[in-house]
Design a protein around this ligand. Structure first.
Ligand SMILES: CCCC/C=C/CC(=O)SCCNC(=O)CCNC(=O)[C@H](O)C(C)(C)COP(=O)(O)OP(=O)(O)OC[C@H]1O[C@@H](n2cnc3c(N)ncnc32)[C@H](O)[C@@H]1OP(=O)(O)O
Length: 363
């Protein structure tokens, strides 16, 4: 695998790949760009890579993102073959192979929703990926919030499983390029972002973030739309948008200056300054910080007590607080999503994403 990865890296780092048009002149590589249904043999793939080595110019970021996606497919294919080989090698193997149709759909395990003691808890559950948000997870969170807004719980909580709260947008989302290309991807991403943030703006009940560890990107910006933010003292708050060639979302361009003042907001949103939990609390983004050793216990005791308060009174009080700003927040969300759609198409953003993916794939 490292061989294929290394070759891909050398191709684009050395400038060996040329334009997307030139790449599609090579039938074997084209087969791979068309996906698993038209999969070329490993030999075809190796041949294609040798062919593209002869090209002179950079292939462009769209092709690099496709190459990364193909590299992941290739890895998955090899893992599949290895697993089946290991099963055949040991006829006494105890591994049960579940028929594909019976398996849970991707994404379903990545979000866990529970309801207890008047509290609905939505838990991000991809601890091995620091709870990075896949496209599926954005959709699932929207559905979970819609359900929670109508269930009989008094309070809704968002938290993370594992050492991180959330590492923000899963940057591999960028490799899932539809037939309409990166423009279509950016358009659909902006619609999803807007719908996702709208749900937080409109959420009718008290919404609490239980920040169990570091938080990055969109998981930080939407905190400005929560009613309470409790954090472990291990948490940090980081919005590296400029580093990623991106711009603020989650209404943070409005809520952060309002919460912490324009210059502190600029340090975070423009210069990517990472705040400790205590700094975030001093600046008003976090409601209260707890020692990590007692964080879960203290927070849940507190929330269980709050959940016994009259639910209608809490809902109406929240409406009174939120309603004066709702229209404005929706307008800001729409504007931020539009700006980001453009940003996602910029070289600054594409280069940053390709650089992250190259490091991740150890290319
Ligand atoms: C609808 C769309 C809205 C889009 C708007 C959102 C804007 C944002 O959210 S921008 C912020 C995007 N997030 C990042 O830039 C964070 C990227 N990740 C990291 O910098 C590091 O992984 C992190 C500091 C979070 C953790 O570092 P480590 O403690 O060293 O752990 P690893 O890097 O080894 O991470 C383990 C594993 O998880 C993968 N990972 C983590 N975060 C992401 C992510 N955001 N996207 C994709 N993958 C992520 C990481 O690559 C590792 O994977 P493997 O190597 O496969 O094990």
């Amino acid at each position: 695998m490292a061989g294929v990865a290394g070759r891909l890296a050398r191709l684009w780092c050395s400038g060996a790949l040329s334009s997307p048009l030139q790449v599609t002149r090579f039938p074997a590589l084209q087969l791979h760009l068309c996906g698993p249904a038209m999969r070329a043999s490993q030999k075809d793939f190796e041949n294609a890579l040798n062919q593209v080595k002869l090209l002179k110019k950079d292939p462009g970021n769209e092709v690099k993102l496709k190459l990364y996606a193909l590299y992941k497919q290739e890895t998955a294919r090899r893992n599949y073959v290895d697993l089946v080989s290991s099963l055949s090698a040991s006829s006494e193997s105890s591994i049960q192979v579940t028929p594909a149709a019976d398996r849970k759909q991707p994404g379903s395990d990545a979000l866990v929703v529970t309801s207890q003691d008047g509290i609905t808890t939505i838990t991000l559950n991809r601890p091995d990926k620091k709870n990075a948000l896949t496209t599926q997870m954005y959709h699932d969170i929207i559905l979970a919030l819609e359900a929670a807004s109508k269930d009989d719980s008094a309070i809704t909580v968002l938290t993370g499983n594992g050492d991180y709260y959330c590492s923000g947008n899963d940057l591999t989302n960028f490799t899932d390029i539809p037939p309409g290309g990166v423009e279509e991807k950016a358009r659909s991403g902006a619609v999803l972002l807007r719908d996702f943030v709208d749900c937080f703006i409109d959420f009718p009940k008290p919404l609490v973030a239980v920040v169990n560890g570091p938080a990055v990107g969109i998981s930080v910006t939407i905190l400005g739309l929560f009613d309470i933010v409790y954090a472990t003292d291990r948490a940090t708050f980081h919005t590296p948008f400029s580093h990623l060639g991106q711009s603020p979302e989650g209404c943070s361009s409005y809520t952060f200056p309002k919460i912490m003042g324009p210059s502190k907001a600029t340090e975070m949103l423009v210069f990517g300054k990472k705040l400790t939990a205590r700094e975030a609390c001093t600046q008003g983004l976090v409601t209260e910080v707890f020692p990590d050793s007692t964080f879960q216990k203290e927070v849940w005791v507190r929330l269980k007590a709050y959940s016994k308060l009259p639910p209608n009174a809490m809902r109406i009080s929240k409406q009174v607080i939120r309603n004066t700003e709702k229209e404005k927040l929706h307008a800001i969300n729409a504007e931020e999503s539009n700006v980001l759609r453009e940003r996602w198409l910029s070289d600054e953003c594409m280069n940053a994403v390709v650089s992250f993916l190259s490091k991740k794939a150890k290319l």
